[in-house]
Each structure stands twice: as structure tokens, then as C-alpha cells.
Write a protein that binds this ligand. Structure first.
Ligand code: AMP
Length: 487
């Protein structure tokens, strides 16, 4: 099967070939023709399968009829809305829209929370055919009347399961209420829970079900290795592997935010360039860390499970589980970052005695027995003796330098970088928390700011309702359910 056989236009094929793709991935081969026919699709595919192109390419093809170079915003109403659970995923999807649509006169914009809405307002007011958004921020725009959804022809929900886990259901319902009834709906999800099926029944009309990877299936290209390592020896084990195997780009998972910080601090001290991403890192820090990692400017990215959801990192050969996840399904998500698009990958786990039970549940879920290897105890001891003990510059000086560097990078892109909000440490201050910066992924639990407007017909009624404080602080139970399940 070639891309030429899928019914895409010359402009799209040109952009695809420029990416060096020689043939469609299974999800692309199956989904593209169906979406081009205008049918609704329920796609079962994880990140790493090429799912983004499987909906972006046919979406662009269907919107080609609207391509125009007019300067008038009225000539560029929103025709497609792509919703994602996280900003990182939204950015990746938007990059794909720009990459594949580079030879088409279609405009796109990206809106997500946690940053100033003003620059986004300017972008959407200019008129865009394609809007990539996280649900909460899209509702902010709807409320401010900066976006109009009455001309939407295609709705795409990416990582729908993650959106439900994060408590976005009420926001989704509201957005859907504001869309025209006549439209094409595409929904992608890595898992098919009952909630997902219920959502699919509500949104999709006679959907074609396309599933390319069984739930929890893992790439055969990944080699799994377990090293039994006591907690006190894990840092030595990591250093040993990085040095011995000369690893240049490693994603390391820890279970907690504190653990991620501690490990990143340790590695920096050992002169291994690294960064940590987790819930307490602000948007700039996360974007910067990911970008540095992708560009090979840092060797190690330390991440917690939540922060790493949906990250698309190409050519990653090694994922190291410094600690096993509490939830076995997170193992699948973690290692999904390697062994992609035909490349080989290694998933290495350091397993302490207290983690044997976690390993057993991962093996049960995957239906495989993971190979157990031993690290040389004498080597680890030697490694530990070589650890750099010196502390470097005073912590305060380092924080000050980091703050001013971040400010310089942040302001041209997102507007004022506020010390009240982010403090010199880069952590959210009490003032920021009180301001409730919208950040559903990182200030859990997510609280929808909007009432359930299933019964409301227009955006203006929505505006009136949202003024009512009674609706403002309703916590959503979905996340707690998810957390409880993990225990
Ligand atoms: P996704 O599952 O959409 O996150 O895509 C995973 C990665 O696969 C991305 O880095 C894409 O650039 C890449 N990719 C998508 N389609 C193809 C293809 N047909 N051939 C090779 N790589 C692809």
C-alpha cells in the first residue's frame, strides 16, 4: 500500500513525502479512506502508531474545498476542531497540521490553557479553518465570543480516554452542544472502557471501528529487561548504564515529582545534562525541557507518568523505569515512547524488593515474562565511589540565573513572565495557586469552570450561567476514580 493509493491530493502527498514516509502505517491505511468518505470513525490506536496523520491528512483533504488566501476573517470560519487532553499533545497535533498542510491555503491555530489568552484571541480572530484546543481553554474562548463554532464540519477527539480520565467530560459535552448537528466525528482512544463506549455512542453516528493495536499490546521491537536493584543502589545503576552503554538520549521515569527532581539534581551534579518534567514545572519549563531533549541538548529527561502522557519523541532507544509505576497500564504508556515506527527500543526497569508485586502485575497485563538480568555489584560500588560530591554554585544564585533565563525565553512567546506566579524557583507560588491558573493536567483535580449546559441552546445563555458561582467550583469525580483504581 502506498500513500498515492489512499486518495490524498498532490499537495498532501508532497508534504508526506517530505517527511520521508514511504508507506502508510496500518491505522493510516485503514482510517484515511474511510474518513475521506465522510464517515464517523472510532479509532483504537496509541501514540506512536501514526494516528495523528491518520486523521490530519484526510481532514485536510476534506477541507481543501475551503482553501483561500483572502485576508478577511469572515472567509476563514472554523471548519474543524481537534480536542486533546494536554497542551503537549495539542502542540504536537498542531505541528502535524502545519507540516502536512504546508502546501494548502488553510489556516490553523492552537489554544490551550495556562498561558495568556490574548495572543490566542488575536490568532483566532484573524480567522482559521482548523482549531486545535484543550477543552477548558476552548470554552474560555467561547465565553469570550472569540470563536464561533457554527460552521464546524469535523470534530476530532484525540486521546479521548485520557480526556475522560482527566475529568473533561462536562467540558466536552458543552462544546458538542455548540456544534452544528450535521458534522463528521472522529474519536481516537488507546483504550475502550465502558465510559469511552458511552461517549462514542453519544457523539458518533454509525462509526466505523478501526483498531490497530489490541489494548495494552506492546511493540515487538522493544526488549524488556529487569535489573533487581535495591533503592540505595538505583542512582549508581543508572549512572552505570548511562556511562557503560554511552546512552545519549534516555527517558527516565520516577513515581513521584519529588523523586524526579531529586534524580535530576543528582544527575546534574554528576555532569549528566538533564531536565525534569512533572506537575510542578511550569509551561515554559516543560516545553523547554522537551525541546532540549528532542534536540539532543540534554541527555536525560526525567519524567513522572502524568507529565509524560502523549509525548511524541522520535528515535528514542531507551526508556528506564527508575521505579515501576503503581498502575501497570502506565508501564505500557511509558515504554510506548520507544520502539516506534519500526525502530528498536529497550525498556529497562530497576526493580527493588518492594516492587516485585508491581512487576508481577505488569507481566500479567502484558502476558510476558520479562527477562531478568544482573548488574555487577562491584561495578555499582565502584560507580558510587566516583560520585561527584561537590555542590557547585550556591543554590540561590543558580535559581536567580535560571529565572532570568526563563523570563527571556518566555516573554517573546507568551507575554509577561510573572515572578508572583512562578517565583524564582520556577515553582508555582501561593499567589499563583490562588489565581487558579488553568492547568488541568498539573493542578489536579481538574475543576470545570463551566456549568453543565446540556440544556442550553446558545453561547449567550452559557455566558449568563457561568456568572452563577454555584457552578464554579464543582469538582469532578472521574479523576478520583482513576486514582483509587491505581491503589
Ligand atoms: P503518532 O502516533 O501520530 O504520534 O506518530 C508517531 C510518529 O510516527 C511521529 O513521529 C510521526 O512523524 C511518525 N509517522 C507517522 N506516520 C508515519 C509513516 N507513515 N511512516 C513513518 N513514520 C510515520
Amino acid at each position: 500500500m502506498t500513500f498515492e493509493q489512499l486518495g490524498l491530493s498532490a499537495e498532501l502527498l508532497r508534504a508526506v513525502h517530505e517527511q520521508g514516509y514511504t508507506e502508510p502505517t496500518p491505522i493510516q491505511a485503514q482510517a484515511i479512506p474511510v474518513i475521506l468518505e465522510g464517515k464517523d470513525v472510532m479509532g483504537g490506536a496509541q501514540t506512536g502508531t501514526g494516528k495523528t496523520a491518520s486523521f490530519v491528512l484526510p481532514m485536510l483533504k476534506r477541507l481543501e474545498v475551503h482553501a483561500n488566501n483572502s485576508m478577511s476573517p469572515a472567509k476563514h470560519p472554523i471548519r474543524a476542531v481537534i480536542l486533546t487532553p494536554t497542551r503537549e499533545l495539542a502542540m504536537q497535533v498542531h505541528d502535524s497540521v502545519k507540516t502536512y498542510g504546508k502546501y494548502l491555503a488553510l489556516r490553523s491555530a492552537l489554544v490551550y490553557g495556562g498561558v495568556s489568552i490574548d495572543t490566542q484571541i488575536a490568532a483566532v480572530r484573524a480567522g482559521v479553518e482548523i482549531l486545535v484546543a484543550t477543552p477548558g481553554r476552548l470554552l474560555d474562548h467561547i465565553q469570550q465570543k472569540t470563536v464561533m463554532l457554527s460552521k464546524v464540519e469535523i470534530l476530532i477527539l484525540d486521546e479521548a480516554d485520557r480526556m475522560l480520565d482527566m475529568g473533561f467530560l462536562p467540558d466536552l459535552k458543552q462544546i458538542i452542544q455548540l456544534l452544528p448537528m450535521q458534522r463528521q466525528n472522529l474519536m481516537f482512544s488507546a483504550t475502550f472502557s465502558d465510559e469511552i463506549k458511552k461517549l462514542a455512542n453519544k457523539i458518533l453516528k454509525d462509526p466505523v471501528l478501526i483498531e490497530v493495536a489490541r489494548r495494552n499490546s506492546i511493540s515487538e521491537l522493544i526488549t524488556h529487561v529487569v535489573y533487581p536493584v535495591e533503592v540505595s543502589r538505583k542512582q549508581s545503576a543508572l549512572m552505570h548504564l548511562i556511562k557503560n552503554q554511552n546512552l545519549q538520549q534516555v527517558l527516565v521515569f520516577t513515581r513521584t515529582k519529588i523523586g524526579a527532581d531529586r534524580l535530576a539534581h543528582f544527575l546534574s551534579r554528576q555532569n549528566i545534562s538533564c531536565a525534569a518534567i512533572h506537575g510542578d514545572r511550569n509551561q515554559l519549563q516543560r516545553t523547554q525541557a522537551l525541546e532540549d531533549f528532542k534536540q539532543n541538548a540534554i541527555r536525560v529527561l526525567v519524567a513522572t507518568d502524568v507529565a509524560a502522557r502523549g509525548l511524541d519523541i522520535e528515535e528514542l532507544t531507551h526508556v528506564i523505569n527508575f521505579e515501576l509505576p503503581n498502575n501497570p497500564e502506565d508501564y505500557v504508556h511509558r515504554i510506548g515512547r520507544t520502539g516506534r515506527a519500526g525502530a528498536k527500543g529497550y525498556a529497562i526497569s530497576f526493580v527493588g524488593k518492594d516492587e516485585d508485586g508491581l512487576l508481577a502485575s505488569i507481566e500479567k497485563l502484558l502476558g510476558i515474562k520479562v527477562k531478568v538480568d544482573q548488574l555487577d555489584e562491584a561495578e555499582l560500588r565502584k560507580q558510587q565511589n566516583e560520585f561527584v560530591k561537590k555542590t557547585g554554585p550556591a543554590k540561590e544564585d543558580k535559581e536567580k540565573t535560571r529565572f532570568s533565563q526563563e523570563k527571556k525565553r518566555f516573554e517573546p512567546r507568551f507575554g509577561k513572565y510573572n515572578e508572583t506566579n512562578y517565583g524564582a524557583t520556577g515553582r508555582k507560588t501561593a499567589a499563583a495557586k490562588a489565581n487558579k491558573i488553568e492547568d488541568p493536567l498539573f493542578t489536579q483535580p481538574y475543576i470545570s469552570k463551566y456549568p453543565d449546559i446540556a440544556s442550553l441552546a446558545t453561547a449567550s445563555e452559557l455566558n449568563k450561567k457561568t456568572i452563577n458561582k454555584r457552578f464554579a467550583n464543582r469538582a469532578l469525580p472521574a479523576l478520583f476514580t482513576a486514582i483509587n483504581k491505581q491503589k
